[in-house]
Every structure is written in C-alpha cells, then in structure tokens.
Design a binder for this molecule. Structure first.
Ligand SMILES: Nc1ncnc2c1ncn2[C@@H]1O[C@H](COP(=O)(O)OP(=O)(O)OP(=O)(O)O)[C@@H](O)[C@H]1O
Length: 615
C-alpha cells in the first residue's frame, strides 16, 4: 500500500440516515492477576477463552512499485515478533502479509522497466518473499491482490456495498498524486501543486467515478471510536483519527476511469476499482481457503476480525477511517486494533520507495546477519515513534547487547563448565537456585518482558530481556566461579551450582528473546544441549485447565520462561560463540551513542560480519 495519503473527494456527503448498528469491537484483552499461590510465576486469567484462541495480525500489503526497503522490513519484523510471541502464548496465529499490485503507479513502474504489469508484479512480489525468508519472517499467508481469489472477494464485497446503497456515480475534478494514488486538497499541496510526501507535481484530472458514501458512517465511526479507545494505538494517534472524523467525512471516489491495471467495476468495464478499496480487502481474502471457491463469508469465518493491523502512520486514515466504514457498510466486524508505528527516516525524511532514500535490508542482513537487523530496529526505535538509522550505533548496540551481554556470558560459562564439570550440569537448576533471590529477579524481569510484548512495547521488552543478561553477568562477576573452582571442596561445589544458575538464565533469555532473535535463540538452546524439536515446542505460557462446579478455569503457568528447565546430568554442547562480534575499525564499539542521532558511515569498509555456523 503506497503512502496514498489523506484527502477525500470534495463531494457533498449523501445524507442518507443510517440506523446505527452497534459496531462493537470484539477485542477482549487478556487480564492476568498474580496467583496467591506460593508457586511463583503462576498466573490466573479472568478471560473465558485462552488456549487455542486465534490471533490474526497483518502487515500492510506492500505496493510493488519498487522492491522492499528497510521501512517495509521494519513493519514486517515487528509483526513477526508479535506473531512469534503470541504463538509462545499458545494462540493460533494467522500472520498475514502480501503485496498490493494494482493501480496506475504499478502500470507506470512496469512500463518504465520495459515490462508488462503482471511480470513486474511477479518479480517484485517475489523480492518481498525472498526478503521475508532472509529475515526469518514466519508469515502464514501471503496475499497478492492479483490473486484470483482476491479479485472474486473484492467483487463480492463491492456488490454488498452497492446493495446497501452506499455506491453512486458522480463527476470529480481535482489534483491527483500518482505516487499517493490519491486526489489531494489544494491547500495541503506545496508550491506548483507538489505533493508534500513525494515532492512531485499533482496532475489535474476530471472524470466520472463511482463514490463510496463514507459520510453516512460519520456518527457510527465516532461512536465506535468513543466506545473503543484501544482501537487506534498508540493512544496519541487516536486523537488524530478522532479529529479527522470530527472534521467531517466526505465521500471518496472508489473507481478510476483512466486506469486499466486494476479489478474492473462489476457491470462497468470502463472503470477499475480504486486501489485502496481493493487492497484493504486483502486482509480478508488472505483468509480464504485455497481449495474452496472464493467466498466472502467463508473467508470471514476463517479468522476475521483481525486482532491487529500493524501499519506505518502514513496509512492510518485508510485503516482507521475508510476501512471500518467499508466494513460497516458490508455488515462485517471491525478489526480489534490498528497500530500505526513511526517512520524510519533518513536525514529527517521518511524513507520510502518513491523518494528513493531507502536503506537496503538485504545489504544489512548480508553484512550483519538477520538477528542483528531484527534486534537493532526493534530495540532501538521506540515502537510508535520515528527513528533515524546510524551504522555506528547499529554496530555498538548489537555488539554490546547480543555479542557481549548475552553471547559472552553463555560462552564463558560453558567454557568453565567444560573445564571443571565435563560440560555436564551437576544438579537441576531448581536445586541450584534454592534460597537464591537471583532466580526471583530473573522471573520478575521475564514477566516484565511479557507485559511489554503484550502491550506491543517491543523496545521495552528487549530492554527487560537484556536486563536479565545484565543481572546474569553481575552474578557471574560477583560469584567469580573460576576462583571458587581453584579453592576446591565446597567452594568448588558452589561454583558448579553457579554455572547451572547462569546457564538456566541463558536458557530463559533464549525463550524471552525468541520473538525478536529466533536464530540466535535457537543457537543458545543448541549450546545448552537441546534438540530442535525441544526448541520448537517451547512456550511462554502453558495452560492448566481445571473445572469447578460450573466453570472451567484456565491457569496460566510460565512455560519455558519459568525457572527450572535445565536438569542435572544434562550435557552441554562444545562451547562456540553464538553471536559473532561485528568488527569495526572506526571506533570503540562499546561506547554508548546518543539515541536517535544519525552518524554517517565514514565510508571505511567494515570487516564483514561472520555469520556464526548454523545461523
Ligand atoms: N520509512 C518507513 N518507516 C517505517 N515503515 C515504513 C517506511 N516506509 C514504508 N514503511 C512501511 O510500509 C508501509 C507503506 O508501504 P508502501 O509499499 O507504500 O511503501 P513506501 O516505501 O512508503 O512507498 P512510497 O514511498 O511509494 O510511498 C508503511 O505504512 C509502513 O508499514
């Protein structure tokens, strides 16, 4: 979806009164309270359904005018971290991504490449799929708006809205930005009618179009937003949305007479469906079963409404205003939440395909590895705010957090275990930590991380996990097991237990950071002597069901993030670094750098990061 921002058409609203239906958002947040049970870490839930609950989340369907860039990757990495976290909670996740492939801009991009639109779309769509593979993106559905099932569902949806009396024909004259794929209000344009997003002049156009009666839904939308303030997140973006709605909704054109590359309007082949009206429906058509005849209600029954639309703030109006109104018109439920994150910027400008000021994710992955890229952007950019990229900061953060705090801690502990205990744990981690407050500290931090993941505060979740690494390092340095081993006797026995404690800490870090760094987490698990199957079966929360006279209660226990996974006798793998430090000749990599400050690369070649074996 391109950053086709803002303006609605300038038509008068059609004043059809709507008997407001109660468009309730079906979001029911999970509520937890801490168990009075001395079994720490046990949580009880007050919701009625938990395990097996489905959680549908989406990224935007990216516009295939050009290959993906770090901005597109950013949303997708964040969505993947959320999807992986929800899976650890035992939810049935349907993670949807895909490509938006119709419209004038695509036809123009294909022509500029000497190609035809479908060939162009195939190529670029594949570039997205390849990048998602390289970034360990665990999507469940990839929808292309040129898929035939999508076209069938768009047409069915259009017919429903038409039958509702919400589509009519009228003339429109205005200034059109092809890059935004949208008519613009003159007052929002720069000199020479230039689009403020793409800095290119808009064309003057006049044509007869089909319109969607958005204005009919003004009141229902206002009510829905008032009743469900969580619908738009972060909360400060809700004010923005409410003021758009209060400012008056105007009907918008949902067809183009001059564009061939699109889905034809049913019963009028002279026009194609406006690319936004088409693309938003990808979130539903993605749910449609491949085997079946495409059918709107069947698709809806496979998981709609979505729990979360994750988008950039550029397309908030489409998701928080147009889309809910379209769904109301078709009599379908609204998504539970729209989260509009900030922009990755370059020199203060939004990084984007149209401006061409993009950062190459492939290059970053090639040089620094997938975990580093995923971790840096999720840890460093507060989710919701803008963030500028700096290579120097990237290297500093990744080295300090992943190579030193986590990787080194594991590596030196395994080294000591090999030297002094034949790489074998002497006792269970539960026994090793008896009467030790350290374990409680770790569990508190894990719970903090869980809470942040649930609130989509991804940077804070990373911070809480890193804090576990910090306390682990502190414990190690304070206890100094290497000198206890030298003393022999009971000191040596205590040192062997200390190593179990640190390794259990590393195990918990691996699961708690798995949503962000899945490959690194697996490498840690492998070092701890686990199989891939054991790693894949890990959970954050496990469920315990019990029934009293009338009700089934769900007790949530902290699954593999609970202390006690490592058992006495377990044999660790041969120690090898789980995260290779990135070498940088230009600076002292461990020095902190001010957040958000961009520092240009000095142009010196950095030694290519070695992907650790198995990465
Ligand atoms: N600079 C960015 N920072 C964060 N997310 C971005 C950025 N650029 C694109 N995205 C993500 O991609 C979505 C827009 O997708 P689209 O395919 O239109 O990319 P685009 O690069 O913004 O396109 P264009 O530059 O042509 O407007 C955004 O809503 C956001 O999810």
């Amino acid at each position: 979806m391109a950053a086709r921002m803002n303006t609605l058409s300038l038509l008068n609203p059609s004043h059809v009164s709507l008997r407001p239906r109660d468009y309730r958002f079906s979001h029911r947040p999970l509520r937890f309270y801490t168990s009075p049970n001395p079994n720490r870490g046990a949580l009880f839930c007050t919701c009625s359904t938990t395990n097996g609950e489905s959680f549908v989340l989406t990224t935007p369907l990216y516009y295939v005018n050009a290959p993906p860039h770090m901005g597109s990757a950013y949303t997708t990495i964040a969505a993947d971290a959320i999807a992986r976290f929800q899976r650890l909670l035992g939810k049935k996740v349907i993670f949807i991504t895909g490509t938006d492939e119709h419209g004038e801009k695509i036809a123009a991009a294909a022509m500029a490449q000497g190609s035809i639109p479908l060939d162009h779309c195939n190529l670029i769509s594949q570039a997205y799929k390849t990048l998602w593979k390289d970034l360990d993106i665990s999507y469940d559905k990839f929808i292309r708006t040129t898929d035939s099932k999508h076209e069938a569902i768009v047409k069915e949806f259009y017919s429903r809205v038409l039958a509702k009396g919400d589509i009519y024909q009228a003339d429109y004259e205005g200034l059109y930005c092809v890059n935004c794929e949208e008519y613009k209000d003159e007052k929002e344009l720069l000199e020479n009618n230039c689009c403020p997003v793409h800095l290119k002049p808009c064309d003057s156009r006049k044509e007869e179009n089909y319109f969607f009666a958005l204005s009919k839904y003004q009141k229902s939308l206002e009510e829905a937003l008032n009743k469900n303030p969580n619908f738009v997140q972060p909360s400060f973006r809700l004010n923005e949305v409410q003021s758009w709605v209060k400012g008056g909704l105007r009907d918008f054109s949902i067809s183009r007479a001059s564009v061939d590359w699109g889905i034809p309007i049913p019963n009028d082949r002279s026009q194609t469906i406006y690319v936004w009206f088409d693309a938003l429906l990808g979130y539903i058509s993605a749910l449609s079963d491949e085997q079946e005849q495409p059918d709107l209600l069947n698709a809806v029954s496979s998981g709609w409404p979505a729990a979360l639309h994750l988008i950039g703030k550029d397309i908030l109006r489409f998701h928080a205003v147009y889309w809910p109104a379209m769904l109301m018109s078709a009599g379908l439920s609204l998504p539970k939440m729209v989260f509009g994150h900030g922009f990755l910027t370059k020199d203060g400008m939004k990084m984007g395909k149209s401006l061409g000021n993009t950062l190459e994710p492939n290059e970053l992955v090639h040089r620094f590895g997938t975990d580093a890229v995923r971790y840096f952007f999720l840890r460093e950019v507060e989710f919701g705010s803008d963030g500028d990229y700096s290579e120097e900061r990237f290297i500093n953060i990744v080295n300090a957090h992943l190579a030193n705090t986590i990787g080194n801690l594991l590596n030196r502990t395994l080294g000591l275990l090999k030297k002094n205990c034949q790489s074998t744990l002497v006792v269970d981690s539960t026994t090793a930590a008896e009467g030790n407050e350290f374990k409680d500290n770790v569990e508190k931090l894990v719970d903090k991380a869980r809470m942040h993941y649930e609130n989509l505060s991804l940077s804070s979740a990373c911070e809480a996990v890193l804090e576990i690494g910090n306390v682990g390092n502190f414990y190690m340095d304070e206890r100094a097991p290497w000198s206890l081993f030298k003393q022999g006797g009971t000191a040596s026995e205590a040192a062997a237990k200390d190593l179990v404690i640190i390794l259990e800490t590393a195990r918990i870090i691996a699961i708690a950071l798995l949503p962000v760094t899945p490959s690194l987490s697996w490498r840690i698990y492998e070092q701890l002597g686990y199989s891939r199957d054991q790693f894949d079966a890990a959970t954050w929360v496990s469920f315990f069901f019990h029934t009293d006279a009338s009700t089934t209660h769900h007790q949530h226990l902290m699954g593999d993030t609970k202390w006690g996974g490592l058992k006495g006798g377990q044999v660790m793998a041969q120690p090898k670094p789980v995260f290779a430090r990135i070498e940088n000749q230009t600076e002292d990599v461990d020095k902190g750098v001010a957040v958000g400050k961009t520092m240009k690369s000095k142009g010196k070649k950095m030694k290519q990061a070695q992907q650790v074996a198995g990465a």
